[in-house]
Design a protein around this ligand. Structure first.
Ligand code: ADP
Ligand code: ADP
Length: 228
């Protein structure tokens, strides 16, 4: 099992107040699958994703990704795990404004052990003709394509996407989702994506509904590829 989470708990303390965010998460995803996390705002979706990506830590429970027990890693090993295995895509692209498209991708490629070819990645996201542009010269959808290219150039095993279409209109969102499916098929990348949009869930192998700190529903889908 590629992602294997059992009884994961996480709470945040601020002053006297403790918020139990994750109250015993159980979740499994096979290698090469696309999983979607749905759930109301504040239900712990980002917390769960950040723990899987090695940005945050669980308090207890088991979190294994491709056989690596990440809850047992020290800080240095957790950083190595994140650098070597995880690509992130966020709602607001987080591109470096004073670097070109190509340079934004190079930054990641240069520190990766076995990066993909930058031109190949640019072609995969259909941005090769804009590689000398700066982020401000691109539409939102184009900036998200670049941020996907930056996330996949290190050939991550796991691509974590936190509301990747949250700032985009419907048609642009569809093209970004189609692109993520192509990445999944071309590189075999396992993808886990947070979304508020239930329609997007149709493209996933598995849909996890988070409610009150547990997975309230776990559905297996037939994949549907959105039409052009
Ligand atoms: P979602 O992604 O589903 O909107 P989050 O995982 O971002 O939910 O947040 C879940 C809960 O945890 C919220 O109540 C949020 O305020 C709280 N929370 C998240 N991160 C922190 C943090 N670093 N410190 C304190 N509370 C946090
Ligand atoms: P969208 O319809 O996706 O919002 P825009 O209207 O923002 O797209 O942009 C349309 C096209 O114009 C895109 O291909 C983008 O690369 C280009 N473009 C947008 N802003 C600039 C700019 N400041 N300089 C150069 N090209 C730009």
């Amino acid at each position: 099992m590629f992602i294997d989470v059992s009884n994961l708990k996480k709470s945040y303390k601020s002053g006297m107040v403790t918020t139990n965010v994750l109250k015993g998460i159980d979740m499994k995803l096979e290698k090469g699958e696309i999983g979607i996390i749905l759930g109301p705002s504040g239900s712990g979706k980002s917390t769960l994703m950040n723990i899987l990506g090695g940005i945050d830590r669980g308090d207890s429970g088991r979190v294994a990704v491709d056989g690596i027990e990440i809850n047992n890693l020290n800080d240095d090993k957790l950083t190595d795990y994140r650098r070597e295995n995880i690509g992130f895509v966020f709602q607001f692209y987080n591109l470096v404004p004073n670097l070109t498209v190509e340079e934004n991708i190079e930054v990641v490629s240069n520190i990766s052990k076995s990066p993909l070819n930058i031109d190949e990645v640019l072609a995969a996201v259909e941005m090769q003709d804009k590689k000398h542009r700066f982020p401000r010269e691109l539409s939102g959808g184009e900036q998200q394509r670049v941020s996907i290219a930056r996330a996949i150039v290190k050939n991550p095993k796991l691509l974590l996407c936190d509301e990747p279409t949250g700032a985009l209109d419907y048609l642009t969102s569809r093209s970004i989702l189609k692109l993520l499916q192509q990445v999944n098929q071309k590189y075999g990348t396992t993808i886990l994506m947070i979304t508020h949009n239930a329609a997007i869930a149709a493209m996933a192998n598995r849909v996890f509904k988070l409610r009150s700190g547990v997975i309230a529903e776990d559905t297996v889908n037939q994949i549907t590829v959105p039409a052009e």
